[in-house]
Design a protein around this ligand. Structure first.
Ligand code: PAP
Length: 334
């Protein structure tokens, strides 16, 4: 393994940066789904802590995995990491040292939102200092397209966006938030009906879903070499085809030898829900993300269609109507 391919294992903790108090105070505020309020900044409900990632300096070779929460971020981070760095860990199917067998994808592909807070602190040994990341560097973000740091817009770096049908994304988010609330004994759990009313009003981390999706959707149409638009449900249905498409987009197309040698299959297997959920780091590890979030909460069912077990006829009708009102005519549908 060459030095440039080395990846380190990190967990996240550290001090918060000073925020612009005046700006924060002036923004409309709503109660979020958990312990913190959300601020309405340029039409999106943003957690105050993650309002800015302005100091991030993108490199042309960077790959940004963008999404709304619970849309397949963890999976896409794993697939993008395994695909873009495949030559460092050969053969993938037998390499026990592969970082994805020992680290949660969020540790290997850190969120931009947390870099301003933790990533440039030389005293913080538990978060990847930017200088330790080998190229291509991979980052995740939930930040809406227009609010991305200017250096991402202005450089030749690439963005892979993943979205998920809002029915499943909502149920996944509701479970995730309640798991955190109950595990940290912060607040009472949020009732499904209460969460749903907030969701359809767009009030959840980085919502509304329609604005978030349409920002990246339009960018993918205008600049297809800059933004690749994926859907969780299509990635589930045709993983092989989508991983090939992703590799081509990242300028690391699979060769015929790789294809016939089973490299794509090995990547898909390594990143599969069943395999990742059973890894020790994902069963008992925690803390690589915000606060003390347990890694196991990123792996629940990993299926399409679970919403049908929870939605009432009212909820189905209401969300369908909201989707039609806000996505209708855009060309984006589920
Ligand atoms: P995040 O935005 O907080 O990082 P994210 O990874 O986007 O979360 O979403 C988690 C969802 O992806 C969970 O869906 P569920 O609640 O409906 O089960 C999780 O199970 C699913 N997921 C995680 N890893 C995988 C994977 N390897 N394959 C398929 N689905 C996955």
């Amino acid at each position: 393994m060459s030095t440039s391919c080395e990846e380190k294992k990190f967990s996240l903790k550290g001090n918060f940066a000073d925020e612009d108090e005046e700006l924060l105070q002036s923004l409309p505020k709503q109660k979020g789904w958990g312990a913190y309020d959300l601020l309405l900044f340029q039409n999106h409900w943003i957690p105050p802590l993650y309002l800015k990632a302005t100091h991030f300096q993108a490199k042309p070779s960077d790959i940004i995995v963008a999404s709304l929460p619970k849309s397949g971020t963890t999976w896409l981070k794993a697939l993008a990491f395994a695909t873009s760095k495949r030559n460092c860990f050969i053969p993938i199917s037998q390499n026990d040292d592969h970082p994805l067998r020992h680290s949660n994808p969020h540790s290997l592909v850190p969120f931009l939102e947390t870099i301003d807070l933790y990533g440039n602190d030389p005293n913080n040994v538990s978060f990847p200092h930017l200088s330790t990341l080998s190229e291509p560097r991979l980052f995740g973000t939930h930040i809406p397209f227009p609010l991305l740091p200017g250096s991402i817009h202005n450089s030749n770096c690439k963005i892979i966006y993943i979205c998920r049908n809002p029915f499943d994304a909502f149920i996944s988010l509701w479970h995730f938030k309640n798991n955190i609330l109950s595990s940290q004994s912060l607040l009472p759990e949020l009732a499904l009906e209460e969460a749903f009313e907030k969701y359809i009003e767009g009030i959840f981390d980085y919502g509304p879903f329609w604005s978030h999706m349409l920002g990246y959707w339009k960018a993918s149409k205008d600049t297809p070499n800059k933004v690749l638009f994926l859907k969780y449900d299509e990635l589930k249905a045709n993983t092989y085809f989508e991983v090939k498409r992703m590799a081509q987009f990242m300028d690391c197309t699979f060769s015929e030898e790789e294809e016939s040698g089973g490299v794509i299959d090995a990547i898909i297997e390594l990143c599969s829900f069943g395999k990742m959920k059973e890894l020790e780091v994902n069963k008992s590890g925690k803390g690589m993300l915000k606060a003390d979030v347990e890694n196991k909460y990123f792996f629940r069912k990993g299926k399409t269609g679970d919403w049908a077990n929870y939605f009432s006829p009212y909820m189905t009708e209401k969300l369908s109507k909201i989707m039609e009102e806000n996505l209708g005519g855009s060309g984006l549908s589920f």
